[in-house]
Design a protein around this ligand. Sequence first.
Ligand SMILES: [Zn+2]
Length: 380
Amino acid sequence: MSQSKYQICSNCIMDTTDPDIAFDERGWCDYCRNFYENILPNWYPNEQGAKMLAPVIDKIKKDGKERDHDCLIGISGGIDSSYVAYIAKEKFDLNPLLFHVDAGWNTQVSVNNIQRLVDGLDLDLYTEVVDWSEMKDLQLAFFKAQVPNIDIPQDLSFFSALYSFAVKNNFKYILTGGNYSTECVREPNEWGAYYPTDMRFVKDIHRRFGQRPLKTFPTADIFKYKLYYRYIKGIKVVKPLNYIPYIKEDAIKELTDRFGWQKYAQKHHESRFTKFVECFWLPRKFGFERRKAHLSSLILTNQMTRKEALERIAKPEIDEQTMMQEFEYVAKKLDLTVSELQELFEGKNKNYRDYKNKMFFITLGTKVMQILGLEKRVVR
Ligand SMILES: [Zn+2]
């Protein structure tokens, strides 16, 4: 359903920049309705959740008794994955291997944060470095394709490298920082949050705009990732943050006090590229503010008031001068001149529908997941 006039939800701050948003007679959006009807009644960030999680943790320990590490945790340096690493070791007494993908855009803060956890918790860390010339080529291809999905190359490498490492090394359990507390409102595909593992889409863009073959770049198609790895290879994905009270500011404070962990201005800012995408490229070129989804999640889970969120969203996260410095940095790193990046910025916007994709099958798969109760969020 497309909307012609602007409307913002009266309960959260999602609005008609998501073209498929629907409002009820109270002026509440369908993300809100879904949260209260489907997520909240099935979410136990409390004693009951702890009881549900306990047998899972026991099984991980038992299955991993003979191994050096009983589970794998993909770590970005952001709060969610950092907190998972912390509770896995300290609260659950697990013996995880931390797995980090260096896609070339780590901020110094994120590198320091990971190191502080490794040292403070005495954990082992494995870092996979993505071939920079291939990453750069794929990222440039996405810029040239004029789609808002320009963080797909990074996300694809993160997922794919993690899962293929798990398979290769016989890990049966992956712990992730995925959670309802800060992500119950999922960013719509329209805002560029499109599935990074739709390889039909990635390949079409790379075929048209890429210049060098992807020889070592980690890739795994969505169906390999959702079906083969999970059901054939038996990898189980556990999201412990959904079974404990997970309040973002408290978690940040805990890690800061314990390990000198440093907070970021905004979600996803552990990557300098994602920061650029979310603070500059998406809002200014496409009019998409992903902060609306992030902050709406915090409103629904009572971590922020709607008023605070509106004040926050009214101004950019980064000042203009820093923004320009980031623009220059990104251009230089991708071997573009500032005016070449500017030209791409001014190009005609497209979206995933302008390229080959597997959206039909993914939608079908999502419907099945929703019927089975495995996906409770609004996905579109
Ligand atoms: Zn809403």
